[in-house]
Design a protein around this ligand. Structure first.
Ligand SMILES: Nc1ncnc2c1ncn2[C@@H]1O[C@H](COP(=O)(O)OP(=O)(O)OP(=O)(O)O)[C@@H](O)[C@H]1O
Ligand SMILES: O=P(O)(O)OC[C@H]1O[C@H](OP(=O)(O)OP(=O)(O)O)[C@H](O)[C@@H]1O
Ligand SMILES: [Mg+2]
Length: 305
């Protein structure tokens, strides 16, 4: 997993929520045990993680899809039936990376951009010009597949500066909010790649049961994201109206409320349901209107579907 930078914290949080508590003793420690004796965590640069996994130094890796492509790996999709895709050149040693789970964070686009008021307005204009990037392999294969041959200059950061100091005519760089491009007066010419952080495995470990367990645990955290758990009391006579308000995932769970003798004396049932967090406000208003009371809203840590 990433040792620093923007991907470090969310990845640590993901491991915690997935139940894989990391037992780290020092801040700069580069490997650590987890509560699972079969799972050890290595901390490396986001850009190096695909190489660790392809080499077999690690079996699984958490990093951006952009980094996987830049490493030159063949990236195979799983689970969603989509075709395996390749970018960034051939996988010489045959060590493909399997994209197991889209973890949802680090969402960004790799784009071709050029000065707003310059003479580059479409991809073809870049032919014979200079493009600066932190992603030379992805950039080269993007232009190769279009029969365009710019000079590619590799930089390690602050790429947006290069067109203003005559180092490059255009750039291929990451954008998410678009702020950095805008303040540097650069316009998007074309999309190169969409990326987010993924759980990758080396192809030859995909069938390992432990790899499956980690993937399922990570998936359950992603599935719980943006969901809330609602608990409430409902008069039996109002149950159907409440069910109409919360269609939920396979409908709500309905339980008897035990009275003193273990019998339902209140004429009420307890109803539990999973609701999209964006709908919570609206759903609570509707639930109260149809007679629900004592409504509790809680976060969901994991959701194993
Ligand atoms: N602005 C951004 N928004 C969303 N995701 C991003 C953004 N910048 C980078 N990423 C994702 O994070 C990955 C790691 O980025 P990078 O290697 O630049 O590390 P960093 O966390 O930005 O740290 P630093 O730039 O200080 O080395 C990228 O490959 C990309 O997948
Ligand atoms: O569209 P925005 O929201 O502005 O984000 C895009 C910027 O974020 C990243 O930079 P980062 O802060 O990681 O610095 P770096 O260039 O040194 O990696 C990326 O390289 C872009 O410069
Ligand atoms: Mg960065």
């Amino acid at each position: 997993m990433p040792n620093k930078g923007r991907l470090h914290e969310p990845t640590m949080e993901l491991l915690e929520r997935a139940g894989l508590h990391v037992e780290r003793t020092a801040d700069r420690q580069l490997y650590a045990d987890t509560v699972d004796p079969e799972v050890t965590v290595l901390f490396a640069r986001a850009a190096d993680i695909p190489e660790y996994v392809r080499d077999g130094a690690a079996d699984l890796g958490v990093t951006g899809l952009d980094q996987a492509h830049e490493s030159g790996a063949v990236v195979e999709a799983t689970g969603d039936g989509s075709e395996a895709s390749t970018a960034g050149g051939e996988d010489a040693d045959g060590a493909a990376l399997v994209d197991l789970v889209d973890l949802g964070y680090g969402r960004c686009r790799l784009v071709l951009a050029a000065p707003e008021d310059g003479d580059i307005t479409e991809i073809d204009d870049v032919d014979g010009r200079t493009v600066a990037t932190e992603f030379p392999n992805v950039t080269r294969s993007f232009f190769d597949s279009r029969g365009i041959a710019p000079d590619i200059v590799e930089v390690t950061g602050a790429t947006e500066l290069t067109p203003h100091v005559e180092m490059a005519d255009a750039i291929v760089d990451i954008t998410s909010t678009g702020t950095t491009l805008k303040v540097n007066r650069l316009a998007v010419i074309a999309d190169v790649l969409e990326s987010s952080v993924r759980l990758f495995a080396r192809a030859n470990v995909v069938d390992d049961p432990k790899v499956g367990q980690v993937a399922t645990a990570f998936e359950s955290v992603v599935a719980a994201e943006g969901k809330r758990y609602l608990m409430m009391n409902v008069p039996t006579s109002r149950l159907e109206a409440v069910k109409d308000v919360i269609p939920g995932m396979g409908g709500p769970t309905v339980m008897d409320i035990a009275g003193e003798n273990g019998e339902d004396e209140s004429g009420q049932v307890a109803v539990h349901a999973v609701v999209d967090e964006r709908r919570v406000f609206e759903v609570i208003t509707d639930l109260k209107a149809v007679g629900a009371s004592d409504i509790l809203v809680t976060e969901i840590e994991r959701l194993v579907e």
